[in-house]
Design a protein around this ligand. Structure first.
Ligand SMILES: [Zn+2]
Ligand SMILES: [Zn+2]
Length: 187
């Protein structure tokens, strides 16, 4: 299958595990909450006592695919995450962590919000993956701020960005930094 089909947004991608889960096609994953736009389920590698993922049913590649038209989507993802935490008995909503990994630090290339609680009990050996305000982990609030003035990117250009991030490494190389700057310049 051509990878180009899965780099931006499309209805569904049969090679994407989160597309399968959101369409109820993965028997091993129990959906905890869903509506016509979003689905929430447990992270299979929990980094805290409560660790959920909220994903859009529509296949969106990553944070980098988002623009000003997605601000409310990000907001609704966070709202669902908080609602799930409350359903699960979390009462201290200050001690939670909501955020996104961004390429090349994503494990699945389908946009997903990590919802962790309590934040003070994130497991030490996994803590480095969830430090807010780093290139690795972007809080939902800072993501909304970052995209609120961002115009949609040309499709062809975004495909090139995706290629640069492969093979996956969790280190931002000079090429990637230049590329990220290029995105800003083009807008
Ligand atoms: Zn997908
Ligand atoms: Zn992730």
């Amino acid at each position: 299958m051509l990878r180009n089909n899965s780099t931006l947004t499309s209805e569904s991608d049969t090679t994407c595990i989160f597309c399968l889960i959101s369409n109820g096609q993965d028997k091993d994953t129990q959906v905890i909450k869903n509506n016509n736009e979003l689905v929430c389920f447990r992270d299979i590698y929990p980094a805290a006592p409560h660790h959920y993922l909220v994903v859009p049913i529509q296949h969106i590649h990553s944070c980098f695919s988002l623009h000003r038209g997605h601000v409310d989507l990000v907001k609704r993802m966070a709202e669902m995450g908080k609602a799930v935490l409350q359903d699960q008995g979390i009462t201290n909503m200050e001690d939670i962590s909501l955020g996104f990994h961004q390429p090349p630090c994503t494990s699945v290339d389908h946009l997903h919000l990590h919802v962790l609680a309590p934040r003070s009990q994130i497991y030490e050996h996994l803590m480095h993956k969830f430090i807010p305000k780093t290139d690795n982990f972007v809080t939902e609030e800072s993501l909304r701020n970052r995209i609120k003035d961002k115009a949609p990117i040309l499709r062809a250009f975004n495909i090139n960005v995706a290629k640069i991030y492969s093979p996956k490494q969790c280190i931002l190389s000079d090429i990637e930094r230049t590329d990220a700057q290029l995105v800003d310049t083009l807008e």
